[in-house]
Design a protein around this ligand. Structure first.
Ligand SMILES: Nc1nc2c(c(=O)[nH]1)N[C@H]1C(S)=C(S)[C@@H](COP(=O)(O)O)O[C@H]1N2
Ligand SMILES: [Mo]
Length: 199
C-alpha cells in the first residue's frame, strides 16, 4: 500500500517520483509562438562573462559545428514524462568552444523570445546530455515546440528547456528566470522533486 502523494514507481526505474508517462507530446508555454518572416535574420547571442561574445546564425549553428543526436527522457513539472525523445542539434560544449567562459561565471540565463528566461548553473548547462536542438526526430522543430532552436536539458524539469532561444548569458550570480520568479525551483531536479522554490 502507498500512502500520501507518493505513487508506485514506474517499473522502468526511469521515471522520477509522481510523474506519469505519456506517448503524446504536449505543448506547454506562456506567451506567443513566434513567427519568422526571414529566418536568415534570426541569431543567437552569447554574452555576459565571456572573453569572446558571439552572434550565431541558424546556418552557422547547423553547418559550422559538430552535430549530435541525443535520445533522452523529459519530465515536465506538471506531471508528465516522455521517454526516448530523439533530438538533433549542437552540444553546448561544442558551440561554446571558442567563447571562453570566464572563471567567475557560475550561472547561465537562457533568454527566449518575448523576454522569457530561465536560469541554471553552468555545470547543468554544460552537461554532455544538454543539447541546443534544432530538430526532433530528424525534422526541424515545429513552431510550437521551439523552432528554430530550443534548449533540451533532460536532467532538469522541462521548464528549464527554453524554446525559441535567442541568448545565452553567463553570470556570476544566480538570477531567477520567469518561472523561478513565480515560485518554481532554482535548480529543478526531478529526482529530488525540486518543483517549487523551497522543495
Ligand atoms: N520560451 C519558452 N520556453 C519554454 C516555456 C515557455 O513558456 N517559454 N515553457 C517551458 C515548459 S513549462 C515546458 S513543460 C516545455 C514544454 O515544451 P514542449 O511544448 O515542447 O512540450 O517548454 C519549456 N520552455
Ligand atoms: Mo512545464
Amino acid at each position: 500500500m502507498y500512502f500520501g502523494k507518493q505513487k508506485k514507481p514506474h517499473p522502468s526505474g526511469r521515471v522520477p517520483p509522481n510523474q506519469n508517462v505519456t506517448t503524446a507530446f504536449p505543448v506547454l508555454h506562456t506567451g506567443n509562438v513566434p513567427y519568422y518572416e526571414d529566418i536568415s535574420k534570426w541569431n543567437l547571442q552569447i554574452y555576459g562573462l565571456v572573453d569572446h561574445p558571439k552572434l550565431f546564425t541558424l546556418k552557422e549553428i547547423k553547418e559550422d559545428f559538430p552535430q549530435s543526436e541525443l535520445i533522452n527522457d523529459i519530465h515536465c513539472v506538471t506531471g508528465w514524462s516522455k521517454l526516448d525523445v530523439c533530438w538533433q542539434g549542437v552540444k553546448t560544449a561544442d558551440l561554446l568552444e571558442g567563447v571562453h567562459v570566464q572563471s567567475q561565471a557560475k550561472y547561465v540565463i537562457i533568454h527566449a523570445e518575448e523576454g522569457w528566461t530561465t536560469n541554471l548553473s553552468i555545470d547543468d548547462f554544460m552537461r554532455e546530455t544538454t543539447l541546443l536542438a534544432h530538430s526532433y526526430n530528424h525534422e526541424p522543430l515545429t513552431p510550437e515546440h521551439g523552432y528554430p532552436l530550443r534548449a533540451v536539458i533532460p536532467h532538469l524539469y522541462f521548464w528549464k528547456s527554453a524554446k525559441w532561444i535567442r541568448g545565452i548569458q553567463f553570470t556570476q550570480h544566480n538570477h531567477p528566470g520567469f518561472w523561478e520568479r513565480n515560485g518554481y525551483h532554482m535548480e529543478g531536479n526531478p529526482w529530488l522533486e525540486q518543483r517549487y522554490r523551497f522543495d
